[in-house]
Design a protein around this ligand. Sequence first.
Ligand code: FAQ
Length: 318
Amino acid sequence: MATPAPHDEQARFDAVIAADEKIEPRDWMPEKYRRNLVRQISQHAHSEVVGQLPEGNWITRAPSLRRKAILLAKVQDEAGHGLYLYSAAETLGTSREEMLDDLLEGRAKYASIFNYPTLSWADVGAIGWLVDGAAIVNQISLCRTSYGPYARAMVRICKEESFHQRQGYEIMQTLAQGSPEQQAMAQDALDRWWWPTLMMFGPHDADSAHTQQSMQWKIKRQSNDELRQKFVDQTVEQAARIGLTIPDPELRWNEARGHYDFGEIDWDEFQRVLGGNGPCNRSRMRDRRRAHEDGAWVREAMLAHAEKHNRRAAGAAA
Ligand code: FAQ
């Protein structure tokens, strides 16, 4: 069979995108589409894995056995999300070693939010409620992304994130109904996590380098500002229900827009964190590198085990 000419391949790709169907690993795709996906999916994977660190700090200090078991399961889920996402990126012809090297050598980004410290138990509640809440808003939209393996990973991840968000909200609700000290702890966590959470959605659309192209290719289905607005609208009401106050004096319902208006993000702070100078950037990378080095023997043992199996299977077949 004759190989299709590139313009036929481009036409087929365009038709699949226009029809809202999925591009699959063996399909032809423009090189820039492939590279953009590797960039976004690998950063997403790194975020899930580095995202274990702030909550991991609290596994030994969770206030009860029940809370400890739930937190352990949640942190373990985040590792699983990282694995689905690295696997999805590998289908685009990049290796896991390459992606990990990019992270460990400081060339790859991960979500800015994970460079903030977890100072109290309420921060674990705030991460589940706000950070997982923001991640779900973004990821529900990505369930319709044009690349098949990424879209399918998102469906499963969203189910688990939804449990994470509820467990975080329940921690905050419990604290908000507790003693005056517990109420203050919950409010303090909301005060510190609110603005960094809004930064998770990325720069304003007008300043976003990738949004326009990613929306044309249907990698992104909604823009950074649209998703941020959706998150604000749903979270304001959740905060009110448990008697907590969002730390934004400009926050008010806008009848004409049918949305909440809210204050401006501190974009200098966002750039500082992206540039490696947030409160915990250095310690997060140090801990991630150490975990990678400490795990070397496990990777070696698994490879040796797999090789032994392959040798035995080959011997049995001979
Ligand atoms: N932090 O042109 P745009 C989670 C970068 S998962 C760091 O707007 P794009 C689960 C951006 O990469 C959270 N970097 O980029 C969990 C780009 O850099 P580059 C992660 C950021 O891709 C919960 C540059 O700025 N979720 O939380 C950030 O169109 C709890 C220009 O920006 C995802 O990754 C930021 N906040 O839009 C785990 C979702 N914002 O590559 C544990 C998938 C922007 O040019 C505990 N990703 N940048 O060097 C996306 O939806 C998009 O990639 C955006 C950015 C929306 C993040």
